[in-house]
Design a protein around this ligand. Structure first.
Ligand SMILES: Nc1ncnc2c1ncn2[C@@H]1O[C@H](COP(=O)(O)OP(=O)(O)OP(=O)(O)O)[C@@H](O)[C@H]1O
Ligand SMILES: [Mg+2]
Length: 451
């Protein structure tokens, strides 16, 4: 009766007779809600409850018990049941119990999404940098933040332009005011104007109600125009007007609205090239480019890759409830030499994946990051635009590798490398200061250097 009642409300419901089958079904397909009787042919409801909680299933449990067993109901609640029903109960009571659980569940989901969004927007996604290049960029950010100057952030995809834009807003006097983002590339051309400026009711087919645009929403605060190079010519002139006069009309409206908005624009193209190609208005370019901020690609600040990887590992270890793995020096070297066409975004994603797949025992190796090799890459020595390895680099890496493989045994390492021990020793001497030569010196029979 209860099953058909729920099905009539369009809640997909399955009726199951035994504890065994319940657990099997749950393993096959997760459910949101389990309504379980205390007495089952092959066990009891409390066991089911314990099992799903132990397995960490995200399922709510309502326990049905006979009149005489209120203690059991209390115990069920202690074990994590969401609600209970004392038999006999009416369909009204049944529905109340179900609705209460659904409501709790929705609140919990909503709470979780909000928390995730919050974490994404702040704490767990901090702007990390250590290189001189980024330090210089960030000191500019801090200086311009408190002015109302328009900032144009240019940089390859994944270099952190959005994080920087947010940092500008958060360091500005507008930080308590709205921070609104509009991705110009994500909105179809014909809807972009209404996204910008809003529309009046009936302005076009489908405009069933008046709608505020992003400029209005951002009033008093900051508006981030993401991927600015993508806006069509007719809108470029309208945008220019708002930037110059801070006023505009809604689509289909004739009232002129005034706003006070600070503009930050980003692009992953060379906007000046678009100007030269006649695709982007020059006057708009100058209006936007009051403070130009160029974010260097990661391969031009490869000396901070090691730092970024370590920080991301810490962040993701915490997120996924794992200890922070160590990463081998050889892997760090390879990560630093990789070209990172997707910049920090790519590094971040690769690091998270490596951490998720990490079994928690050995150090992370380069293979755990499964880098996509560049076309000129032979797999052993990653080659990037500006970091072509010299013969000395390659030799050094190869020697380090051999020493690592042999646990620092020089005689054995020399054999692997096909050179004699004296040559190896001379080379290590030459590369003095190299990690491996320091660590391993003294481990072996140091004969006096021969002439
Ligand atoms: N310096 C940094 N520190 C920490 N995380 C970073 C840094 N730079 C980029 N990221 C991360 O990389 C990802 C991409 O950053 P962001 O969205 O700011 O890039 P973008 O330059 O706007 O790229 P696109 O042009 O593709 O939109 C985000 O997850 C961001 O958190
Ligand atoms: Mg972006």
């Amino acid at each position: 009766m209860l099953v058909s009642r729920l099905q009539r409300q369009n809640i997909p419901t399955l009726g199951i007779a035994t504890m065994q089958q319940t657990l099997e079904e749950l393993r096959k397909e997760p459910a949101d809600l389990l309504i379980v009787d205390l007495q089952l042919p092959d066990g009891n409801g409390l066991e089911v409850l314990q099992a799903v909680k132990q397995l960490g299933m995200n399922v709510d449990v309502i326990m049905m018990t006979g009149f005489g067993t209120i203690e059991t109901a209390i115990e069920a609640m202690k074990l994590g049941a969401s609600n209970y029903l004392l038999k006999p109960f009416s369909l009204g009571q049944f529905e109340l119990a179900i609705n209460a659980v659904i409501e709790q569940r929705n609140l919990r989901d909503e709470n979780r999404t909000l928390k995730e969004r919050l974490a994404e927007e702040s704490g767990s996604n901090p702007l990390l940098y250590r290189s001189e290049e980024m330090t210089r960029a960030m000191s500019l950010v801090k200086r311009v933040a408190t002015t109302d100057a328009t900032v144009l952030i240019q940089g390859e995809s994944g270099t952190g332009k959005e994080l920087i834009a947010r940092a500008i807003h958060e360091n500005s006097n507008r930080r308590e005011k709205p921070y609104i983002k509009l991705n110009c590339a994500a909105v179809p051309d014909n809807l972009l104007e209404s996204e910008f400026f809003g529309h009046e009711r009936g302005a076009f087919t489908g405009a069933t109600a008046r709608r505020e645009g992003r400029f209005e929403q951002a009033n008093g605060g900051t508006l981030l125009l993401d991927e600015i190079s993508e806006i069509p010519p007719n809108l470029q002139s309208k945008l220019l007007r708002v930037l110059q006069e801070q006023e505009f009309e809604r689509v289909g409206g004739n009232r002129t609205l005034r706003v006070d908005v600070r503009i930050i624009a980003t692009t992953n193209r060379e906007l000046l090239k678009s100007v030269e190609a006649g695709e982007f208005r020059q006057d708009l370019y100058f209006r936007l480019n009051v403070v130009p901020l160029k974010v260097p690609p990661l391969r031009q600040r490869s000396h901070e890759i090691e730092f970024l990887v370590q920080e991301f590992l810490k962040i993701f270890a915490q997120k996924h409830g794992k200890p922070t793995p160590r990463i081998s020096p050889w892997a760090l070297e390879q990560l630093s030499a990789y070209s990172w066409p997707g910049n920090v975004r790519e590094l971040r994603n690769y690091t998270e994946r490596a951490l998720i797949l990490w079994e928690g025992t050995k150090d992370l190796e380069a293979a755990d990051f499964s880098l996509t090799p560049s076309p000129t890459d032979d797999g052993l020595f990653p080659v990037t635009g500006n970091a072509f390895p010299t013969i000395a680099d390659v030799e050094k890496r190869l020697i380090n590798l051999a020493l690592k493989k042999t646990g620092g045994q020089r005689t054995e390492a020399a054999r692997l490398l096909g050179i004699n021990v004296r040559t190896l020793r001379n080379k290590l001497h030459e590369y003095e200061g190299g990690r491996e030569s320091d660590e391993t010196s003294g481990k072996t029979d140091e004969a006096p250097a021969s002439a």
